[in-house]
Every structure is written in structure tokens, then in C-alpha cells.
Design a binder for this molecule. Structure first.
Ligand SMILES: Nc1nc2c(c(=O)[nH]1)N[C@H]1C(S)=C(S)[C@@H](COP(=O)(O)O)O[C@H]1N2
Ligand SMILES: [Mo]
Length: 230
């Protein structure tokens, strides 16, 4: 009963967030651009499958700061706070009790490789947002990794239905080198916007730059605009 009402509240809050960000989301480049830069058949969100300057890879390279933190499920916590009504600290059990989805999406690294059709399982960021209820003043999130990484994402991008905190890929638990126990993915932005080993999501009242964004990478990271550097 209590679980059910909790779920109902998430669903209601998710609907409200969707309505609130609908127009902004429809106007994001990966949905609205009339001359997207890329090649191939139309993908799941209406863009050419391979963004400009990218090459398909079969292997899945590992890219990070070189430090792979060892986080047991027992010790794992996900803090979601900042510009929200209801900050939370989730245990692994709490996280796995949230609505779980499976989604297939493409992964575009700014260093020019793209890995297509990755099969992910996890929790939608919009459902985590529904849980904490961002204030009207919230515009962006900052994501923090256990390795000290940070990256910022606007809410109209972060709340898209294919943005997940993923724990499973191709039906196997996400390995440590790829960000396990859980990482974020942003299929409509370059992959550096998805923090591996995610530990905290902070809602912000205005934009702030993350690790790569402070070092010359684009604030927005739109693959179909070749938007790599600032
Ligand atoms: N915590 C954390 N997340 C991160 C990074 C990082 O260094 N630390 N690198 C980013 C970059 S640049 C890319 S391309 C992808 C790479 O993910 P992969 O190693 O699973 O391919 O993770 C992103 N997320
Ligand atoms: Mo990257």
C-alpha cells in the first residue's frame, strides 16, 4: 500500500515535469534541428544515426580519468539534492525498488567513436527527479562521480526519457571499468555528459561547468552540431 502510493506520487510528479519541460525539450537540437549533421538512417529520436565526424566502433573503449573507484553495493549511495523539495540519499535497495526500464540507445564519445544499439537497464533520470521534485527555479544538474569527476547537464536534456542511471548493459551488471555499479547515460549528447560511478546529482538554480566543461569542452555537447569545444 505504502509502496503503491509512493509509486503513484512518482508517476504524478513525472507527468508534471514532462509538461513543464515539454516545449523546451522539443526545441533541443537533437529533436528540433532541421539540418542535423550526420549520416545514415533516422535514429530513435529522429536524427541521422551517425553524428558528423564519428566512426562506428564494435569494441567498447574505456575512457575516464584513470582512477576506477571500488564501490560495493553495500557502501553505494546516490545523493540527490540541491534545488529540490525533497532531497534523498538512496541505498542500492532503494534505487532498485524504483521503476526499472530497458532501453536501447547509441553512445557517442567526443574522441570520435560511436557505439550503436547498446542495451541498457536502469532508472530514468526523470523518475529520480520526480522523487525529489525540483523547485521551479531549477535549471540544470551537476553530476558527481566517486572518482571526483563532475559534469553539468541542462534539465531539458537530463529529463529526456533515454537518460538513465544504468546498472546493467547487455543483460550483465555494468563492470567497474565502465562505471559500475551505476552510471548515467546521455544518448542525445556526447558521452562525457554521463558520469560513471555516479554518486550525487545536484539540482542547480543556474548553470555551472563540470570537469571537462571547465577545460574547453562544450557546455552543451550536441553531437549533430559537431559541438565539441567551447
Ligand atoms: N566519473 C566519470 N565519468 C565519466 C568519465 C570520467 O572520467 N569519470 N569520462 C567520460 C567520458 S569522456 C566518456 S567518453 C565516457 C566513457 O565511458 P566508457 O569508459 O564506459 O566508454 O564516460 C564519461 N563519464
Ligand atoms: Mo569522452
Amino acid at each position: 500500500m505504502e509502496e503503491q502510493s509512493k509509486l503513484d506520487r512518482i508517476i504524478e510528479a513525472r507527468m508534471k515535469l514532462k509538461t513543464r519541460f515539454e516545449d523546451k525539450m522539443k526545441n533541443t537540437p537533437s529533436m528540433a534541428d532541421h539540418k542535423p549533421m550526420g549520416t545514415g538512417a533516422v535514429n530513435r529520436h529522429g536524427m541521422p544515426q551517425l553524428p558528423t565526424g564519428q566512426t562506428k566502433t564494435i569494441k567498447w573503449p574505456v575512457l575516464d580519468l584513470g582512477y576506477h573507484p571500488d564501490i560495493t553495493l553495500e557502501r553505494w549511495r546516490l545523493t540527490i539534492n540541491g534545488e529540490v523539495e525533497n532531497p534523498v540519499i538512496l541505498t542500492w535497495e532503494d534505487f532498485m525498488a524504483l521503476p526499472q526500464v530497458e532501453d536501447t540507445s547509441d553512445f557517442h564519445c567526443v574522441t570520435t567513436w560511436s557505439k550503436m544499439d547498446m542495451v541498457w537497464k536502469g532508472v530514468r533520470l526523470v523518475d529520480l527527479a520526480a522523487l525529489v521534485q525540483p523547485k521551479e527555479t531549477a535549471t540544470h544538474i551537476m553530476c558527481y562521480g566517486y572518482d571526483t569527476y563532475t559534469t553539468n547537464v541542462s534539465l531539458e536534456e537530463a529529463l529526456k526519457p533515454d537518460v538513465l542511471i544504468a546498472h546493467t548493459v547487455y543483460n550483465e551488471p555494468l563492470t567497474k571499468e565502465h562505471g559500475g555499479p551505476a552510471r548515467m547515460i546521455t544518448p542525445q549528447l556526447y558521452a562525457w555528459k554521463g558520469s560513471k560511478w555516479i554518486k550525487r546529482i545536484e539540482f542547480l538554480p543556474k548553470n555551472k561547468l563540470g570537469f571537462w566543461e571547465e577545460r574547453g569542452y562544450s557546455n552543451t555537447a550536441y553531437p549533430w552540431r559537431n559541438d565539441r569545444y567551447s
